[in-house]
Ligand binder design. Structure first.
Ligand code: SF4
Length: 170
């Protein structure tokens, strides 16, 4: 009898967790990690010595044998397609997940307020990510780096704004 109660309780908890995930815009599946509170415990960031990269996706969701990174962005989804910066951030998480779990994610998810966008983690995207990382490392040692965008909002939210002589005042 006690075993039956535990089984029923487990089923109820599982159904509730699936509903909570769906309400949060996440796919169904086990949330194995979260950095956004609500599910599980915080863990250390994912680290890749090979790529000299570290990062903490907001969620990792198990989809069968694959782990899918999910990044949550405040605001509405950009028209057309996600910003490159969002795509490369997600690609970096896909690369970190590949190394940490030994299995390449087919895609990652960017969850905006109004929709969740799936981004395929293709070999082309991975190759582009490696080029971006290489360029970023070159910029770190450069004397002068030019701004690559015209977005005042982006500068307003940038942690380097105080020191940056390329910032847009807005
Ligand atoms: S403040 Fe400088 S580093 Fe930051 S987003 Fe603007 S231009 Fe880029």
């Amino acid at each position: 009898m006690i075993a039956v109660v535990f089984i029923l309780l487990a089923i109820v908890l599982w159904v509730l967790s699936q509903r909570t995930q769906q309400a949060a815009g996440l796919p169904t599946g086990d949330v194995v990690y979260t950095d956004a509170g609500g599910w599980g415990r915080l863990r250390r960031p994912l680290v890749s010595r090979r790529l000299q990269l570290t990062g903490k996706p907001d969620y990792l969701v198990r989809d069968g044998a694959t782990i899918i990174p999910v990044e949550v962005k405040t605001g509405r989804a950009p028209a057309g397609r996600p910003y490159d910066s969002h795509v490369y951030q997600l690609a970096a998480y896909c690369a970190l997940v590949t190394e940490a779990y030994g299995r390449r994610p087919t895609h990652g998810l960017i969850k905006y307020n109004d929709q969740t966008v799936a981004v395929d983690y293709t070999p082309e995207l991975e190759a582009d990510l490696l080029k971006v990382l290489e360029a970023m490392r070159a910029d770190e040692t450069a004397e002068h780096v030019e701004r690559s965008h015209q977005s005042a909002a982006r500068c307003r939210g940038c942690g380097l704004r105080e020191e940056c002589d390329e910032r847009i005042i807005g």
